[in-house]
Design a protein around this ligand. Structure first.
Ligand SMILES: Nc1ncnc2c1ncn2[C@@H]1O[C@H](COP(=O)(O)OP(=O)(O)O)[C@@H](O)[C@H]1O
Ligand SMILES: [Mg+2]
Length: 223
């Protein structure tokens, strides 16, 4: 359901030459697949996720999701497609501090014009399943890093997207929290049959996935 073919992306450097970050990269994923892409800092992991999300343009190549070509959509179609089909998990959570837990989790549903009551019920149900119901109306600033990332993960899955893109999702957590938060994300995506693409610099995190690729020299090598 995700087909990436010949993806190439370079950036203009200040010194004048172009830096080729992704070089004829290909990847093929089935619905519900869960993969890790491991690469050193600067290897192009975030660039790859931005391209899959349609947030940047490639020099060459194609990305199809459910047979739809991401690059050939208009910007407004892309934005609509993204709201419906994608969930994104960031290293630094990106929760909205002026909203409480419930409002943060409801956000994707509100953007998809769900009726307020229905959105609230869905978000509360999800928070309740993970022991956060009695904190639904609390501000997010009192939460630990692990709790914040759990709430951010619930926000990413609440609308049951087709794909979750996770960019160093445990990169800001204590070692003791990393595995638990990663398992939380993996298990939720499995239960909801959401395709999960996690990029990380950590071989340990990549080792939690049945399928892992190394991003090196602008290409993916499985193993
Ligand atoms: N908008 C940009 N303009 C110029 N160079 C960029 C831009 N975005 C990323 N790069 C460069 O591309 C390379 C890959 O970046 P990135 O995808 O963020 O790597 P990673 O996420 O693996 O750490 C880096 O060398 C980075 O400096
Ligand atoms: Mg990055």
């Amino acid at each position: 359901m995700v087909e990436i073919k010949g993806l190439t992306k370079s950036f203009q450097q200040t010194q004048g030459q172009r830096l080729v970050v992704l070089d004829d990269l290909s990847l093929s994923l089935q619905e519900g697949d869960q993969v890790a892409i491991v690469g050193e800092s600067g290897s192009g992991k975030s660039t790859l996720l931005h391209l899959i999300a349609g947030l940047d343009k490639a020099d060459a190549g194609e990305i199809f999701v459910d047979q739809i070509s991401i690059f050939s959509m208009s910007p407004s179609d892309q934005a609509r497609w993204r709201r419906k089909n994608l969930g994104i998990v960031f290293q630094f959570y990106h929760l909205l501090p002026e909203l409480n837990l419930l409002e943060n989790v409801m956000l994707p549903l509100m953007l998809l014009n769900y009726p307020n009551e229905q959105a609230k019920d869905m978000a509360l149900e999800l928070l309740g399943r993970f022991g956060l119901k009695n904190r639904a109306y609390d501000p997010v600033y009192g939460l630990s890093g692990g709790e914040m990332q759990r709430v951010a993960i619930l926000r990413a899955v609440v609308h049951r997207p087709r794909i979750i893109l996770a960019d160093e999702p445990t990169g800001n957590l204590d070692l003791s929290m990393q595995d638990r938060v990663m398992e939380f994300l993996i298990d939720l995506c499995k239960e909801m049959t959401i395709t999960l693409i996690t990029v990380t610099h950590s071989r340990h995190i990549a080792g939690m996935f049945k399928r892992a690729f190394v991003l090196e020299g602008g290409r993916l090598v499985e193993g």
